[in-house]
Design a protein around this ligand. Structure first.
Ligand code: NAP
Length: 249
């Protein structure tokens, strides 16, 4: 039987790394895309290989068109097929009211969180099977912020929420556009998950403070999201779904 091949953008750390490891356990060969941290990517490849699957680390900024083209070419050169894409690479910034957010920050947020996933999806479509029986599967990593931006009072950033709202819209629209070709498109919307992204947004303690506001009483773990992503990757009759993974918020 042919082994399916999966690309995870931003697969070197956090939710992406957990997704790579779980996908390998479920039988995927896995491409671990990363932007800067080669060592972290190599460690994830080792986890993939420990599950008996093939792994490949590829450096590319998933928001730069030429890098994305190079990423997909490297994948096709090595594996000669593509079955799944997880558009996971994303950034936050420090909490800020809109009046204090620079145009440069707005552009960066939209470029990495919205343009990048569109570039990757466009490239994936050209490499995936368009046989309606075989097809392919794209899972976008959105956020609870797509529908709850601003609810955290001073702790929020509407530019990030708006970028993830665009991902929800992309998911629903692209799912309809690609359904006739058998390619499914879905999204997960994580709540607060314990990763390093919060430190990069100046809130290293956010995962410790989150449980009080989460009905299930604990912060999310990267593997909680990875489980949902793997479900959507393989769910044959589900497309255009936005799956909340937030402990009941
Ligand atoms: P993280 O721990 O900060 O990891 C981010 C990963 O993305 C790293 O592997 C990083 O690679 C990579 N990356 C960042 N920018 C990139 C780019 N331009 N091109 C390629 N790779 C890039 O983040 P995370 O918490 O796992 O978040 C993953 C996704 O989940 C994001 O889309 C985020 O918005 C979303 N999300 C997270 C949470 C949460 O609470 N953690 C909640 C909702 C949604 P390098 O290390 O090489 O730079």
């Amino acid at each position: 039987m042919t082994t399916p091949v999966l690309i995870v953008t931003g697969g070197s750390r956090g939710i992406g790394a957990a997704t790579c490891a779980l996908a390998a356990e479920r039988g995927f060969d896995v491409v671990v895309n990363y932007r800067s941290n080669r060592q972290a990517a190599d460690e994830v490849v080792s986890r993939v290989e420990a599950s008996g699957r093939r792994g490949l680390a590829v450096q590319a900024d998933a928001s730069i068109e030429s890098d994305v083209a190079g990423l997909f070419q490297a994948v096709f050169d090595r594996f000669e097929r593509l079955d799944g894409l997880v558009n996971n690479a994303g950034i936050v910034d420090v909490p800020s009211p809109l009046k204090d957010i620079s145009a440069e920050r707005m552009m960066r947020m939209m470029t990495v969180n919205v343009v990048g996933p569109m570039l990757c999806a466009r490239e994936a479509i050209t490499h995936m099977s368009t046989d309606a029986r075989a097809g392919g599967s794209i899972v976008n990593v959105s956020s609870g912020a797509s529908h709850a931006a601003g609810r955290g009072g001073a702790d929020t950033y509407v530019d990030y929420g708006a970028s993830k709202g665009a991902i929800d819209t992309l998911t629903e629209g692209l799912a309809r556009e690609l359904a006739p070709s058998g390619i499914r498109v879905n999204a997960v919307r994580p709540g607060v998950i314990d990763t390093e992204i919060h430190a990069s947004g100046g809130q290293p303690d956010k995962p410790d403070q989150a449980p009080a506001k989460i009905p299930l009483g604990r912060v999310g773990r990267p593997n909680d999201v990875a489980e949902a992503i793997l479900y959507l990757l393989e769910a044959p009759f589900t497309t255009g779904a936005l799956l909340d993974v937030d402990g009941g918020v």
